[in-house]
Design a protein around this ligand. Structure first.
Ligand SMILES: *Cc1c(COP(=O)(O)O)cnc(C)c1O
Length: 240
């Protein structure tokens, strides 16, 4: 694989800047920078860009479509990028849950009870347990996926009993805001919902808050994000 040195340098510089901004946001809010993980969202970008980020020390990558995830997992391994932790950050269609069972560190966007049930069933059939987050539609926008906050509280007991999935926390997408500060109430509400779940259903299921993207990750970190999912700030703007 041939890396374009200019492109590789650009990605490395972007990563450095993102990491610095993440650390500054963590420190502003009295948090430890190491408590926030960066998932580099590589969707639509080629393996050479992933390799450039990998060379710059990045190890966690996210894809939002299974059709793009698995070929990249295989290609990365074939190129010797052995230490990647892959994240499936997009929603999964109910007839595709079987395709989601595989070497993926975390499935971020379980957005319905039916998906949770099917993932659990398919994981069990494969003899494994999948680590997942529940996607919450905090803002209530019709265009967004996810459980309503009250719904999560209602279905959590059932989801926690599913043997093929292990719930590790919550994920959300804030609406795009011209002024990033406007996303703060969404992230705060997700953290408060997490705190409520942890109180009602004690255990190790509510550690992670996957929230914050290019436009709003600093606000999300200030509000408690443990994972940010960042694409364009690292790889550049995507077409479409
Ligand atoms: C594409 C995507 C991201 C990253 O978006 P950027 O604005 O490019 O940082 C984060 N989360 C999900 C679920 C995505 O699909």
């Amino acid at each position: 694989m041939i890396l374009d040195p200019g492109r590789a340098a650009e990605i490395a510089a972007n990563l450095t800047e993102v990491r610095q901004r993440m650390a500054a946001a963590a420190e502003r809010s009295g948090r430890h920078p190491a408590d926030v993980r960066l998932v580099a969202v590589s969707k639509t970008y080629p393996l050479t860009d992933i390799a450039a980020a990998y060379a710059a020390g990045q190890r966690e990558f996210g894809e939002n479509r299974l059709e793009e995830l698995w070929p990249k997992v295989a290609a990365a391994r074939a190129e010797g990028l052995d230490a990647i932790c892959w994240h499936m950050i997009g929603v999964i269609q109910s007839r595709k849950t079987g395709d989601a069972v595989g070497p993926v560190a975390l499935i971020h966007a379980v957005d319905r009870v039916k998906i949770a049930q099917r993932l659990s069933r398919d994981a069990q059939a494969a003899g494994c347990v999948l680590d997942v987050l529940l996607e919450v539609n905090v803002s209530g926008e019709a265009s967004k996926h996810g459980f309503a906050p009250a719904e999560v509280l209602a279905v959590a007991p059932e989801l926690l009993t599913l043997p093929g999935i292990r719930i590790g926390g919550l994920m959300t997408m804030a609406p795009f805001e011209a002024v990033p500060e406007a996303t703060r109430p969404v992230f705060r509400a997700l953290r408060q919902l997490r705190d409520e779940l942890a109180l009602r259903f004690p255990g190790d299921n509510w550690r992670e808050l996957s929230m914050g993207m290019t436009n709003d990750f600093e606000i999300a970190i200030e509000e408690g994000a443990t994972i940010v999912r960042i694409g364009s700030a690292i790889f550049g703007a995507r077409n479409g």
